[in-house]
Write a protein that binds this ligand. Structure first.
Ligand code: INI
Length: 185
């Protein structure tokens, strides 16, 4: 058996990411994006929009990020997609609908495509709380980029492993040792 874990020390020069950013509350989302880029850059990813590693897609708000992320994931061009948004509670229940649909949509995009889609949509009660998480105290954009790097590495390992010998080989008899399972090439 084996332990699989993503690393941050892989050769990142061939990794491809897409970052989907909601324009709504862009005071926050541009800061999340900056944190995200800083982390990717320090891990060897070329974040230049004219480079070969990262594409950027702007959408109106958090409600739209998942739909676009799913489309990008389906293209098969990316190791991971990072969704950035900021949903801040107001006086109406609008917050709950936008936040909940964004979360459900991002999860669905990931499940349906098998590509890691990182949920980088902040949901806070106040603008102050959002600012604190987007640069004043820490910048969660950094953490979202780390998740994308880790998941890219992990999925690459699992794909390699599944292609050569099944990680969870199941035959009619039940679980068998990996080496006894025939592989098709
Ligand atoms: N979009 C956000 O990203 N954050 C919000 O706080 C927000 N609020 O509160 O309304 C918001 N609304 C816009 C929404 O994401 C869509 O863009 C819009 O409804 C059009 O579909």
């Amino acid at each position: 058996m084996a332990v699989f874990e993503g690393t941050f020390t892989q050769d990142t020069s061939s990794l491809k990411f897409a970052i989907v950013i909601g324009r709504f509350n862009d005071l926050i989302t541009t800061k999340l994006l900056a944190g995200c880029q800083d982390c990717l850059k320090r891990h060897g990813v070329d974040t230049n929009p004219h480079g070969t590693n990262v594409d950027y897609v702007w959408v109106p708000g958090s409600f739209e990020v998942a739909m676009v992320a799913r489309q990008l994931a389906l293209s098969g061009r990316y190791n991971a997609i990072i969704c950035l948004g900021a949903v801040i509670r107001g006086q109406t229940p609008h917050f709950d609908y936008v936040a909940s649909e964004a979360a459900k949509g991002v999860a669905a995009a990931s499940f349906q495509t098998g590509i890691p889609v990182v949920f980088g949509v902040l949901t806070t009660d106040t603008m102050q709380q959002a600012l604190e998480r987007a640069g004043i105290k820490s910048n969660l954009g950094w953490d979202y980029a780390l998740s994308a790097l880790e998941m890219s590495s992990l999925m690459n390992q699992l794909r390699g492993e599944v292609a050569t010998k099944s990680v969870f080989p199941v035959k009619e008899e039940g679980l068998l040792p990996a080496q006894s399972v025939e592989t098709s090439s």
